[in-house]
Ligand binder design. Sequence first.
Ligand code: JCF
Length: 671
Amino acid sequence: MPAPKSVKKEAAELRRELNEHNCRYYVLDTPVITDQAYDHLFRRLQQLEQDHPELANADSPTQRVGSEPASHFESVQHEVAMLSLDNAFDEDEMLAFDKRLRDKLDQGSTLAYCAEPKLDGLAISLLYDSGSLVRAATRGDGRSGENITANARTIDSIPLGLVGDDIPARIEVRGEVYMELEGFDALNRSQAQAGAKVFANPRNAAAGSLRLLDSRITASRPLTFCSYGVGICQGVELPPGQFEQMHYLRGIGFPISRNIERLDSINDCIDYYRRILEQRDSLDFDIDGVVFKLDNIGLQREAGFVSRAPRWAIAYKFPAQEVMTRLLEVDFQVGRTGALTPVARLEPVAVGGVMVSNATLHNMDEIERKDIRIGDTVIVRRAGDVIPEVVAPVVQQRSGELKLPSMPARCPVCDSEVVQQPGQAAYRCVGGLVCAAQRKEAIKHYASRKALDIEGLGDKLVEQMVERGLIDSIDDLYQLSLEQVAELPRMADKSARNLLQALEQSKVTTLSRFIYALGIREVGEATAEALAAHFGEIDILMDADFDSLQMVEDVGPVVADNIRHFFEQSKNRDIVNALIQQGVSWPSVDTVRQSQTLAGKTYVITGTLEGFSRDHAASLLKEQGARVSASVSSKTSAVISGENPGSKVTKAEALGVEILDQAGFKRLIGE
Ligand code: JCF
């Protein structure tokens, strides 16, 4: 039975609404309905399409799950060539670029540019007819690429239908498909677990995911899209500036860079480059430079092209995040729980502007899988604020017989036996507290920010204290005298006093922090919180049996066993009791429950707060029931703004979200 007109109309209206909410969520960052309400609309559309299969159409938001695999990709001719960008590597090259343009265009002393970070992904072209996505293609060689429409439809941030009243009859939008670092890490973890190929970097992962013949797999990959320009456009008059054109795109449903700016001169461009470079390590995705475009589109036309690149644009590149160097040696580091991790000792090399001489090799399985040998030339990658890692050997550059690293039979620190747990990749030193490395790591963990947050007690200091025999375990920390601390190398009297004061202050904590600080294997922050909420008292937790431990959310047999095993050791029970004896204390969990005055609120913290680390401030809010989020939306209760706040404040202002300063924050937490 053909669908009645009313059903057709309802389906069309649902698609329009869903596209609009998608835009509000992915492009404007200001959702106006809850996830549940969205799901409700979505399921209603799914139902209609299921009841009336002739209603189902390819640009319906229900089709983002992918479809039957294709046998190959069709070739696509680009109507307007997709150009690449010329590069600049230093300020002089930037100044020369500007001068060339000014000479050619005869535009006096300054030219205005539109600037955005250069995403490290791959360029694609999206074609819309009457507001519907009809074709997506890779850049290919710039003249022709591959038709990847089925795959593009699975990417949530690519609009399937455009929004608003100003939709062009036909428009081709270009942009970059990339993978955020968090999604990349998760993907690689699940690839490794499935015994599948892991990707060397997010760019390769994005490229591989976009070029899968089975779009259902693409649908499961965390891909993101961001627009950077317009190819053809018919039926509307675009604004005359690059910056305004990008905002026009945003208005009809395309995500654009959060960091896009219009700049008045090349000097402002150089300043912009420095600002973005400074933010590079804290971004959620890889960027490899900054793109500058002449803002005036009329002048862009006048400037024209040279071979494959426009004269009116340039990519000012950042220092490479992946470089080659030699692997000199593989050492083994002993962690808090005795796990031995292989560490690469490298010929020092600059990666992303930072000198690197050590990198992680993760574990022995990974070394074997990648076939990394001592003496190899290797690719080293450093992204975000994570530890540098060895990505792969450069096998072509290998000469002669090179040795595979091997796990030592005895601990390099304490000479105890090294064993491999059955069924696990990890090797462990059985030395426990005999092993100085494990003692050091346990104390560093106890002092760390998310644990008891002992300011001034850094890694180096802990190492010195353990090596000199001043402390053996965490409870010894509170026995330290001023004289003992002040005698340590490079320790001024004032810093010694400060450290003792910080130790004293650390005694006032929460049960969940305390549990986390004990460093029980696989008990992270979230588990510690769940344990604290469930048991309420440390004594009850210490005596909990295997079954009652498993009553706690997210605690399975492995974690329950770890906790049981930890508290079965009389040495560990003694340490807990000694800590309490020495004054470590926390409010009773009932009191905490009563003071959940911020329940249901969401806060975003930006900038530096005097006297509070970001983590500390967040945990104070969480203790009162609030949620702490990384990004501002209309649902944010308030943005807490310290010194040198970021763009989050601007965004909060735009959304009319309350902004609290340092004093406001203190009032909020009741200080
Ligand atoms: O983010 C990028 N990778 C990116 C690539 C940004 C741009 O504005 C681009 C680009 C490639 C070509 N613009 C052109 C013209």
